[in-house]
Design a protein around this ligand. Structure first.
Ligand code: MN
Length: 258
């Protein structure tokens, strides 16, 4: 019997499979979510130097990490939302659910024309008519082109006095993806899985509410989604195994056939 892992190793070595990094760099400059008063906000990611080949540690350089769980490219575990409060924290997500196929729906053109653009059920059904059903045990990645703004926090959050304006998913589609499709979750390029205006939806933040409530996951602030085909990539999402954690900065990699 053929060894599938050895076949993958050979394909990687031969350049038949490319590893694409879907992760944004994590630094003090990484854009973070901004909630209005009276809600608590997340601290920025920060390195606090412990020693740097100096009297504090002559032969070694190391740092303490500071920052929120939901910073940069990160994973939302079901327990993050009140609807998923009895479900898995990030350390409890089964490892088999951290590796799975990914499909990409590309609405970058529509989001460029309308920053409040929302994905609808009929858009996903149109994708399925062309590319087959959303993958069981896999991810729906929603490309909006928002990654081009990821180095500029003001442009990335795109807020005015009416709140943030970033693309997302409408209420009906969020409910349908949670209840009617066998996916692991959704991945987006924006600061969160919900649209910027989703504070005003009914219910508010429907992606968080329905998907996490259904035991599914979110991946945010992805990069390089434009380098993936509509179908055929394998996604590896590796959040830190934070006991009791609601999420974690995550290295997200895609294996893509070339
Ligand atoms: Mn989050």
């Amino acid at each position: 019997m053929t060894d599938a892992v050895q076949n993958l190793v050979a394909a990687l070595a031969a350049g038949q499979v490319e590893v694409v990094d879907l992760t944004q760099p994590l630094s003090e400059e990484t854009p973070i979510l901004r909630l209005p008063e009276p809600f608590a906000n997340t601290p920025r990611f920060r390195l606090r130097e412990l020693s740097h080949y100096d009297e504090r540690g002559p032969a070694w350089y190391w740092n303490a990490l500071e920052g929120g769980e939901h910073t940069g490219t990160h994973f939302d575990a079901p327990i993050h939302w009140v609807t998923g409060q009895d479900q898995d924290d990030v350390s409890q997500v089964p490892p088999g659910r951290l590796v799975g196929p990914a499909v990409v729906i590309d609405h970058a053109d529509r989001a460029a024309a309308d920053p409040d653009h929302l994905l609808r059920v009929e858009d996903v059904e149109a994708f399925e008519a062309d590319h087959g059903p959303l993958p069981e045990g896999g991810w729906l990645l929603y490309r909006t082109g928002w990654d081009a703004r990821a180095q500029d926090e003001a442009a990335f959050l795109n807020a005015d006095d009416t709140g943030p304006h970033t693309p997302g998913i409408d209420v009906a589609c969020a409910r349908w993806l949670a209840d009617e499709r066998p996916i692991l979750g959704i991945g987006v390029e924006t600061v969160g899985t919900d649209a910027g205006a989703a504070h005003s939806f009914d219910p508010p933040f429907p992606c968080h509410s329905f998907l996490l409530g259904a035991g599914k996951y979110g991946l945010t602030q992805l990069a390089n989604v434009d380098r993936l085909p509509p179908t055929g990539a394998l996604l590896i999402a590796a959040p830190l195994k934070i006991v009791g954690g609601s999420g974690s900065p995550t290295r997200v990699l895609a294996l893509v056939p070339r």
